[in-house]
Design a protein around this ligand. Sequence first.
Ligand code: S3P
Length: 452
Amino acid sequence: MSHSSIPSPATAHKSENLSGTIRVPGDKSISHRSLMFGGLASGETVISGLLEGEDVLATGRAMAAMGAKIGRDGEKWRVAGTGNGALLEPADALDFGNAGTGCRLTMGLVGPYHMTTRFTGDASLSRRPMKRVLDPLRQMGVAVEAMEGDRLPVTLRGPKAPAPITYRVPVASAQVKSAVLLAGLNIAGTTTVIEPVMTRDHTEKMLAGFGAQLDVEEDASGVRTIRLEGQPDLKGRTIDVPGDPSSAAFPLVAGLIVPGADITIENVLMNPTRTGIILTLQEMGGQVDIVNWRDAGGEDVADLRVRYSELKGITVPPERAPSMIDEYPVLAVAAAFAEGETVMDGLEELRVKESDRLAAVARGLEANGIDCTETEACLTIRGTPSGKGLGSGTVETHLDHRIAMAFLTLGLATEKPVEIDDSTMIATSFPQFFDLMGQLGAKIERTGAASQ
Ligand code: S3P
């Protein structure tokens, strides 16, 4: 869907005693991959717990445009795939809306197909760099037409005989790693990805589950070499998508900063490539108890009990960034209530997310009276534990769902309300955000079109 729709501002007010037990929607990364790999594999894939956010639905529409049959069946989604190597040329451009993951992974997936595929997106996605994915595709022989700076709209024309490559990922990015591996699915021979810094490993794990031959080697310094044998026979399977830790992060931080809060978030994905935020909040003194740790279809999940805590500022190790890259906006909110200074470094990738998140967070904090310093790749925040004098600003969200949710979380503990200019983008990743936060007792009101 496009976001030319009317902005819907929202305001968060100081709240107390948040309490209750909730489940956040399915993990976004796993949901995208479930529809993508299910749409590619032969036979049926049955998915429960799929995130029905706009980003994921855009990926579903793209797979359907290339021949997969995708439908909802009660609580589950059923996908009948085309068989690996048998995607069809889409009649129209694939519109990924706001979704970088869907767009970049699909570019990899279809790049080597001997067909023409066009990719479009909303204003935010059209500003984001695609070169990181297009460069390896070019090395495989894919012809690329793109706007200046390798931006959308992009047209890919796959060669008759794509070549397998060995690719060292130049930025810590699971999307780039995944795009290269997915391209390798339709190329004869071995595609190799070298990943100097480990990022989320859902593509490797899930592709193996669908029957791909992958070999992962890690050297003493943590550099991973992933080898994928091309043209595997992929077979449909059953997937239970665990709750998204990146969505859980909002009620998690709300629980820590709202006096008297005691909440439980059930069934959260605990894959270690995703849990940096929990560790960091614990190091800040946050009472986050991880209970009922269990295996759910090959991924660890647990319930998180979180209680209001007196937080202290820390220096977040930069090497932890890949395991919490989407959580920095809401971590900044926790830091705003921590005693002392919180230093977050190694954040250059935040500048190329759905918005320039480093700048968007710094401006939003400043607008609400929070003292912070922004440099090229670092944000330092000096907190006010009582929240006194904070708030009353309006935050520009720049079509970024996580900026919107982070600042609504901020307003639950500041003395004065916090307004965001638009909340419509929240539907891309966490459509139940308002309902679930309301259930916990959070005072958030939507004041625009979506509220009517
Ligand atoms: C994702 C990878 C990350 C993350 C994004 C989801 C994925 O992006 O920020 O929200 O599902 O592979 P990068 O690959 O750019 O780090």
